[in-house]
Design a protein around this ligand. Structure first.
Ligand code: ZN
Length: 370
């Protein structure tokens, strides 16, 4: 669900966000505001609760915009911001290239939240503070408190939380190795996730089932995100600055147009070799046959259908030249949902590239580096 757009950054809501939005609104209406203003009728009570929840999530968007606009300023393009079950996330096309930029992008979000907490705190105080019980004061103080909590939670030094990114930037700057810095920061993120899971289980056994479950969920999400972010960072650093010519295992001699699909399936295509096979005639590549093309043909026709009949012609494929950056190509492919691209230099076919092949190359590079 699309909310809007700020400087080319789209703001979306994931379905799971509805759950947390409803929980926050409910806890305000059934707890905080009901206790503070017992004289309020249901209409006022729930309107104020709803408004406060909306303002809270507007603050989360501003936090993410802090990260996003700082990243944009340093030449990193931001696809958008998504609100989901565990808060907000800004999707960027790549990670910062220097520890200095990483530090700025990481701290910009919490800085926005600190300013919001101070601003709402001042507003609450101007309207009489806790003792005055003015509605504006009570809403403002709530927002000051939750923005403060957003800062505290996000500044835990576990990757990929903001504090973990700041820790990684510092370690990266100190050690000069982004891989080592990421490994340490991700381990810290997994540790924090495990700590939350353990606390959640203890809470549940102590009778607080709701908060316990929530802690376990958040902890599990964090530990998982730390692992994914770690793998992605290493892939990016293995692929960035590498031309495709180093990744494509050339030359692929391909098969002739007369080859039957049955032979292709027996000899070239399968779970272990899912990349498409070039169809070569008179020394020129005419097209590619991959698993999707084979699947379109009934199995009984496999012996009578030729590769030429089944192939996707080269002209119909997306192409990329071999001097392009491997990481940028991977980002382009996942953005456009492309399964493969033909690598072509000046009209001459070089090979096929798929996200799987790029990631496999990254994994081999990583193994070689450790
Ligand atoms: Zn943040």
């Amino acid at each position: 669900m699309r909310l809007g757009r700020v400087r080319g950054i789209t703001i979306d809501i994931h379905m799971s966000w509805i759950v947390i939005f409803a929980l926050v609104t409910y806890s305000l209406g059934a707890g905080y505001f009901r206790v503070t203003f017992p004289e309020w009728g249901g209409g006022v009570l729930w309107s104020v609760s709803l408004l406060s929840a909306v303002l809270f999530f507007a603050c989360v968007v501003l936090h993410e915009l802090g990260h996003s606009l700082t990243a944009q300023k340093h030449g990193i393009s931001v696809h958008g911001i998504t609100l989901f079950l565990f808060g907000g996330v800004a999707r960027m096309d790549r990670e910062p290239e220097t520890p200095q930029v990483e530090m700025r992008v990481a701290l910009a979000g919490p800085l926005v939240s600190v300013l919001l907490a101070l601003g709402f705190g001042a507003l609450g105080w101007a309207f009489g503070g806790l003792g005055g019980k003015h509605p504006v004061a009570m809403v403002s103080l709530y927002l000051a408190l939750v923005n403060g909590m957003v800062v505290i939670f996000n500044m835990v030094p576990g990757f990929p939380l903001d504090g973990g990114r700041a820790l990684r930037a510092a370690l990266w700057w100190y050690t000069g190795s982004v891989a080592r810095a990421t490994r340490l920061a991700a381990a810290s993120g997994k540790g924090f996730g495990a700590f939350l899971i353990a606390s959640g289980i203890l809470l549940a056994f102590a009778g607080n089932l709701f908060n316990g479950t929530w802690f376990v969920l958040v902890g599990w999400f964090l530990a998982d995100a730390a692992g994914t972010a770690y793998a992605q960072t290493l892939s990016q650093h293995a692929l960035s600055g590498t031309p495709l010519s180093e990744v494509v295992p050339w030359p692929d001699e391909g098969v002739t147009g007369e080859t039957s699909i049955q032979t292709l399936v027996d000899t070239r295509l399968g779970y272990n070799s899912p990349d498409p096979v070039p169809v070569v005639e008179n020394g020129r590549v005419q097209g590619l046959v991959g698993i999707p093309e084979v699947k379109r043909i009934a199995q009984t026709e496999w012996t009578s259908t030729t590769a030429r009949e089944a192939m996707v012609p080269v002209a119909a494929l997306g192409t990329v030249s071999s001097d392009r950056d491997a990481w940028e190509t991977l980002v382009r492919m996942s953005d456009q949902n492309l399964e493969w691209l033909a690598v072509v230099d000046d009209g001459e076919f070089r090979g096929v590239i798929s996200p799987r092949r790029l990631l496999e190359y990254a994994r081999r590079r990583r193994l070689a580096a450790t």
